[in-house]
Write a protein that binds this ligand. Structure first.
Ligand SMILES: [Zn+2]
Length: 58
């Protein structure tokens, strides 16, 4: 199942609010959960973006 229309494989983002560094990640668990939530509401996901705004734990 593809979420993005772009040619790159799907990924989501961690964004460091202090440095603006962006890290890409893929979580099968999160992808499954999102599909289930949409389904529970009577939808199927066409596309999505997930951005987690984070700061480093020291
Ligand atoms: Zn995703």
């Amino acid at each position: 199942m593809r979420f993005e229309l772009a040619s790159r494989p799907h990924h989501d983002h961690l964004i460091d609010v202090e440095t603006d560094e962006i890290r890409e990640f893929v979580s099968a668990e999160i992808e499954r959960l999102q599909r289930r939530i949409a389904k529970d509401h009577g939808y199927e996901i066409v596309t999505h973006r997930l951005e987690l705004y984070c700061r480093k734990v020291t």
